[in-house]
Write a protein that binds this ligand. Structure first.
Ligand code: HEC
Length: 437
């Protein structure tokens, strides 16, 4: 066969482009983010320092290795346990419906545990770096070492599915009886706008939810997914019974409310990280441009403003639960997660908190995410935070009546405003004014 020269070079160029894609798209490895080269500051890096100075110690136990002790040191509640049995993550050979992977989380750290796993997998929300990944060898010999990881994890944890930043992932896939994903049936990236009927493929779910359908607790015989899925046996399970060897986990639950919070939270954190990165990159670019064109250092370009807006607006909409999936029946978990989560507060003078659940028609009673209190939101670059805070004020004060926010009635907007005035330090001055003044 004869291949023309231009054709040959075109194919070569395409191949090279395809192979180079990850390097090109990892803009965050360059100034000003320098993801891999920058020192992390997060809950796990703090634990590493405490371990090194002898202020903290991790205990190994024969059944689950360092898991229990690690969760204790990181203040991650056992009630947050969710169980995923699709072979969709790092230690896939350890994961199956009889030996699901356990995930545990708090507001800013996540831990993954597999039966007989070589490592515990950790990810920490880091105000400057989005998400930073670590492993801890499940090896009783020698002092426990938590090691920062990058490419091993970023291969899955940095793509359009994580908003192109090193971030978190929650997926829903149909699986066969061994836990292999049946990709021909489609996979969904899940967050709080995803309808329940698409959620929890490949996950165990304990809790009640009335007749609302979902794909949890379900495996498919063979690799053909029937058109009509009958998941009656997987609905409203209060316990998993002998589906899993529950004595090999810290709890027997995969709590439905913990799942929903995990899904809300992971996407919000990716959007906060995206807003952080895009803003810092835009400001960095602007600085170089001003230098190049001999403009004053503080000259602000329209293109900078529009980049900050295009990262900030989706965050505003997400924090205010635009397009949240509607609940038609009451959701109730089994592990006590909801109570523990709500108790964290903070509460305003009337006892109200952004962590109060509704779980009848939506997740939360007051639809503004509690992640507004998180260090990564607080430490957004000032221009990004100012943008988001101004937009939140416009919506909550009632100035912005656009259809996007029509799900928030005036009373709820007012309640959120009052809660934040009592509980969020460093509010911009405009927030103190009464709406309409
Ligand atoms: C093959 C793809 C893949 C690789 C590689 C991978 N992960 Fe994940 N990870 C996932 C998926 C998918 C999820 C969502 C839950 C699931 O399906 O198991 C996840 C979830 C997690 C979670 C729970 C928080 C979240 O984002 O949902 C942690 C913690 C985690 N991974 C840590 C790691 C660490 C640490 C590494 C590297 C040492 C790593 N992962 C490598 C695919 C991967």
């Amino acid at each position: 066969m004869c291949i023309s020269k231009p054709y040959f070079f075109a194919v070569l160029a395409c191949l090279w482009a395809a192979l180079s894609q990850p390097v090109w798209s990892q803009e965050y490895e360059h100034e000003p983010i320098r993801y891999s080269k920058s020192d992390p500051h997060n809950r796990v890096s703090q634990l590493i320092e405490r371990l090194e100075s002898g202020q903290a110690r991790l205990q190994y136990d024969g059944k689950m290795g360092y898991l229990r002790s690690l969760l204790n040191e990181l203040s991650v509640p056992v009630s947050s346990q969710t169980l995923v049995f699709s072979k969709t993550s790092l230690q896939r050979h350890r994961i199956a419906p009889q030996s699901p992977r356990g995930l545990y989380f708090s507001d800013d750290v996540y831990v993954g545990f597999c039966q007989q796993g070589d490592v515990l997998e950790l990810s920490a929300v880091d105000p400057n770096l989005g998400t930073v990944f670590y492993t801890l060898d499940q090896n009783p010999a020698g002092p426990p070492r938590i090691v920062r990881q990058a490419d091993n994890c970023l291969i899955c944890h940095s793509s359009s599915q994580t908003k192109d930043v090193p971030g978190h992932l929650v997926r829903s896939v149909m699986t066969d009886t061994a836990g292999f994903p049946i990709l021909s049936a489609g996979t969904y990236r899940i967050e709080h706008t995803s309808p329940l009927e698409k959620r929890w493929g490949g996950w165990y779910v304990t809790g009640t939810h009335g007749p609302q359908k979902h794909l949890g607790n379900l495996t498919i015989e063979g690799n053909q997914v029937p058109r009509e899925i009958d998941n009656q046996a997987g609905m409203n399970l209060k316990e998993l019974g002998d589906r899993i060897p529950s004595d090999r986990y810290l709890s027997a639950h995969s709590d439905i409310v913990a799942l929903m919070v995990l899904e809300h939270q992971t996407e919000a954190q990716n959007l906060i990280a995206r807003s952080n990165f895009l803003t810092r990159q835009a400001l960095h670019y602007q600085q170089a441009l001003n230098r190049e064109l001999h403009e004053p250092e503080d000259h602000v370009w329209e293109s900078t403003k529009s980049r900050i807006k295009s990262a900030g607006e989706p965050l505003v909409e997400y924090l205010l639960f635009c397009d949240e999936a509607e609940l038609t029946h009451r959701i109730q978990g089994t592990s006590g997660f909801a109570n523990e989560f709500a108790q964290i507060g903070p509460r305003d003078r009337h006892g109200r908190s952004l962590r109060d659940f509704d779980l009848e028609t939506r997740m939360f009673k007051y639809r503004c995410s509690y992640l507004i209190y998180s260090p990564s939101f607080r430490e957004l670059p000032a221009t990004a935070r100012d943008y988001v805070m101004r937009r939140l004020w416009e919506v909550l004060s009632g100035q912005d009546q656009s259809p996007k926010f029509a799900h928030l009635p005036a009373q709820e907007r007012q309640a959120i405003l009052e809660i934040l005035r009592d509980t969020l330090p460093d509010l911009p001055d405009c927030w103190r004014a009464e709406p309409g003044t």
